[in-house]
Design a protein around this ligand. Structure first.
Ligand code: PDD
Length: 284
């Protein structure tokens, strides 16, 4: 099947799609991205993802490449052209193409927009969720603006590779003060020894996850309170449950973090309930 991408106003065969060699995304990682899940052909939490894209862009003083409504049309068109039932839409916007010079192009150039869509194996995430996944602990080496969804992901890439080589699904960053910030591509959650649901508060140290926000609101609706004080490796050692959240898979139960087995080593009831609640409410 021919796959299609959208590049700067055009739908093109993905195999032939390209951006300029002097695109600032390529040369400086001067750009941002979004990942929006597709479930049964529908875009999940589209509005909040576009809101976050606008925020990331404004923090970097890059303009929206097209109006929100046009971006929605492009996303849907790619879901349809690529026949994605379950998968994701990837959006990347960079500061555009200009002769290599660190400062912003002057006069400004139009931002570059690339959008792709692809299928994901939903059953394989369901299988991993049924058995639970492992997490590696790794030192936090990222910059101080992790709230911006920047394409500059080198520390995340290295952490994820270390995790894979250790047979883990995800890596959690441990800050110099001993607290966990978040995962290489997910937010981190615990049910602590006292049974409290914990995830770190939004700040410049983490990405304000859309899945995290939606799950927090579901928790409120279902009488589950969430404590946003950061947790440490000590909290992990005594935790009853753990899980990670991201758009592509919702909530994923964690059964081991570093050397610590979580609970009885199987997905916990709260993590399983949250996973089910999240997908049930997205489907209706
Ligand atoms: N990653 N933290 C980081 C560092 C992330 O990269 C992501 C998402 C999240 C979760 O955010 P959300 O719930 O909005 O997906 C948290 C995406 C999926 C990615 O990079 O592919």
């Amino acid at each position: 099947m021919t796959r299609f991408a959208h590049v700067n106003g055009r739908y093109v065969r993905q195999a032939a799609a390209s951006v300029h060699v002097e695109d600032r995304g390529f040369q400086f990682a001067d750009g941002v991205y979004e990942v929006c899940a597709v479930r049964d052909g529908w875009l999940v939490d589209e509005g909040p993802h576009i809101d976050r894209l606008e925020r990331s862009l404004s923090e970097l003083r890059i303009g929206m490449p097209v109006a929100r409504s046009a971006l929605g049309v492009i996303m849907r068109e790619l879901v349809s052209r690529n026949r994605v039932a379950d998968g994701l839409v990837y959006i990347q916007v960079t500061r555009g193409q200009a002769r290599r010079d660190h400062g912003f192009p002057n006069p400004p150039v139009p931002p570059t927009l690339v959008v792709t869509a692809r299928s994901l194996d939903r059953a394989s995430f369901d299988r991993r969720a049924a058995s639970g996944v492992k997490v590696l602990l790794t030192p936090e080496i990222r910059w101080a603006r992790c709230d911006i969804k920047s394409v500059s992901l080198l520390p995340n890439v290295l952490a994820k590779q270390d995790a894979r080589e250790a047979g883990c699904f995800e890596a959690w960053f441990v800050a110099p003060d001993g607290t966990i910030t978040e995962g290489a591509s997910s937010n981190a959650w615990l049910v602590d020894a006292a049974g409290r649901l914990r995830t770190r508060a939004n700040s410049s140290r983490i990405l304000p996850g859309i899945t995290r926000a939606e799950i927090m609101s579901l928790c409120r609706q279902h009488g589950l309170t969430c404590d946003e004080t950061p947790f440490t490796e000590e909290d992990i050692r005594t935790a009853r449950e753990a899980f990670v959240t991201a758009a592509t898979y919702g909530a994923m139960p964690v059964v081991q973090v570093g050397d610590h087995r979580i609970g009885d080593g199987t997905p916990g009831p709260i993590a399983r309930r949250i996973r089910d609640l999240y997908w049930t409410t997205r489907e209706s």
